[in-house]
Design a protein. Structure first.
Length: 185
């Protein structure tokens, strides 16, 4: 009996190899998001639950600037069509280590404008400023929300420089989190 090859097997094997390359080496990241609508604005808190890894630590210790960019969108859910973006903001946090002074300089920007800057000698404090000190940020002022309508806040996080063994032709988010809420007047 002659052996015949299944024509679907090479395609399936290629897909499994592609998926393994995509998922290999990437730890699950969690981005917690909490919206709070209050007095004509939506306050947003978010936290990236990611431990400081050795490659990131080495990059920071080398004096390289490490940047986390958080793209935040206030969106309205739509059952019939695409969800509508009501407003958006970009928060970026950058750390740079100075080997001479042994200090971490952290800068936070909101939509390109410097919002806050500080320095510390403690690595864990600098890491917290990059990933988890985002509480009740007033990102969406003066937005008109309809009463009893469902909305959500989506936060997409990207880190640079990117440490990946596989180069993508498009950019993907390192972590995504969202939280829904119903606006009640």
């Amino acid at each position: 009996m002659a052996w015949t090859q299944n024509p679907i097997m090479p395609v399936r094997a290629s897909f499994l190899l592609f998926a393994a390359l995509m998922l290999g080496g990437q730890a699950a990241q969690t981005l917690q998001v909490t919206p709070l609508p209050r007095d004509g604005e939506v306050l947003v808190s978010f936290k990236l639950d990611e431990a400081l890894t050795d490659p990131i630590k080495d990059a920071i210790q080398s004096g390289l600037s490490v940047k986390f960019v958080y793209k935040i969108e206030l969106r309205r859910a739509s059952p019939a069509w695409f969800d509508r973006t009501i407003s958006q903001a970009v928060v970026a946090a950058t750390v740079k280590y100075d080997n001479l002074t042994r200090r971490y300089s952290v800068t936070r920007t909101l939509n390109g404008n410097i919002e806050w800057a500080d320095s510390t000698t403690h690595e864990d404090e600098a890491w917290r400023w990059l990933t988890s000190d985002f509480a009740r940020m007033s990102l969406f002022r003066g937005v008109s929300l309809e009463p009893n309508a469902e909305y959500y806040v989506r936060v997409r996080a990207n880190a640079s420089p990117r440490n990946s063994s596989f180069l993508w032709p498009w950019s993907a988010d390192d972590a995504v989190g969202l939280a829904k809420f119903t606006f009640v007047r």
